[in-house]
Design a binder for this molecule. Structure first.
Ligand code: PMP
Length: 352
């Protein structure tokens, strides 16, 4: 039997357990479907798709629409099937065998996995116990590891915390790496690194349609950066990787910005309500800038609380065996009634 590549044998993949429950608050999706007007528009325009033809290879129309949204040139936008594929293309292009990728933990686990699959060595710097990065330690770590790519997530998953914006300059000033700021949750947060992008800085920003745009099913993500860097990504990615339906879905979504913005506002206000209620139940809660909240249930027995929530029909993410997260669970902000169900189940778990 052919063996798996020897440098990949330790990989277990990234899977969120999918248990059949009524309230699913474990994968940071939008709790709402996209607006009906979006679905109707998309359905009507599906008739225009030329099914016998390959898609527009560089997604010209969608690229222009994304560029316009961020006041950038279309040449500085790359698109792929979810931001995971965007990140993978970055790793294949700028990491790979013989190069080092720096990740910060706790952080988004796929960064390290994608880097390893590309053949790169991963160097991980742990955050402090309050989940912040120590600027001095970051500087030293970058100097000693000399990475080709650094992944920084803001707001961070699974902590929900925004990085101080100064961290972007600090990283760029400390090494010659390509800095990838993963902004999968930026629409729920306070700042974006997109205005900091410049032709002479190795800084790119990745975003997704999976959360804010209620479009996790479509698999669409993008990256904004200097044109010279972006051009290399288009050279690496497979031809016709982004199908015509996904391109159209993105384009139609960008004509419903107002409804999407309203959704973000309502999720942010639910997030604040959820945080207050968790606090009142005696949980330790990390103030979040994302569409999820990291918390440690009173008593700190995260796995027992997770099971007890599942038995009451509520699924959250058990992070307690992730590096640096012993005792912590992550709950995605749902609809008001889903959040109420979660809080009630948590109360019962505490008493039970
Ligand atoms: N980055 C971060 C930080 C995420 O949490 C996620 C989703 N879990 C992604 C990227 C990938 O999102 P998608 O591939 O759906 O765009």
């Amino acid at each position: 039997m052919i063996e798996v590549r020897s440098d990949l044998t330790f990989l277990s993949g990234y899977h969120s357990p999918q248990v059949d429950v009524e309230v699913r608050l474990n994968t940071n999706e939008s709790p709402l479907p996209p607006p009906q007007a979006f679905v109707d528009d998309l359905a009507a325009r599906l008739h225009d798709i030329k099914w016998n033809r390959y898609p527009d290879r560089t997604a010209t129309a969608l690229r222009s629409a994304v560029a316009e949204r961020h006041q950038r040139d279309p040449g500085g936008v790359f698109l792929a099937n979810g931001s995971n594929e965007v990140l993978q293309t970055v790793a294949l292009t700028y990491a790979g065998t013989g190069r080092t990728v720096v990740c910060f933990e706790p952080g988004y686990q796929m960064h390290a996995q994608i880097a390893r699959v590309s053949g790169a060595t991963v160097a991980t710097l742990d955050r402090r116990s309050d989940f912040t990065l120590d600027p001095g330690a970051v500087r030293e770590f970058l100097a000693s590891t000399d990475p080709s790519v650094v992944f920084l997530t803001s707001p961070n998953n699974p902590t929900g915390m925004s990085e101080p914006i100064e961290m972007v300059d600090l990283i760029l000033d400390s090494c010659g790496a390509l800095l990838v700021v993963d902004e999968a949750y930026a629409e729920f947060g306070r700042w974006s690194a997109i205005p900091m992008i410049a032709d002479d800085r190795p800084l790119v920003v990745s975003r997704t349609f999976s959360k804010t745009w209620s479009m996790a099913a479509a698999r669409l993500g993008y990256l904004v950066g200097p044109e010279a860097i972006v051009a290399n990504l288009w050279n690496t990615v497979l031809p016709y990787h982004l199908d015509s339906v996904t391109q159209l879905a993105g384009l139609v979504a960008l004509s419903h910005v107002e409804e999407m913005d309203q959704r973000v506002a309502s999720i942010v206000s639910e997030r604040e309500r959820l945080t207050t209620r968790l606090d009142a139940l005696g949980a330790r809660v990390v103030p979040s800038d994302a569409n999820f909240v990291l918390f440690s249930p009173r008593g700190g027995n995260a796995s027992a609380t997770w099971s007890s929530l599942v038995s009451r029909g509520v699924l959250v993410r058990d992070c307690s065996n992730w590096r640096g997260l012993s005792g912590w669970l992550r709950v995605t902000v749902g609809t008001p009634s889903e959040n109420d169900r979660f809080i009630e189940a948590l109360k019962e778990s505490r008493n039970g």
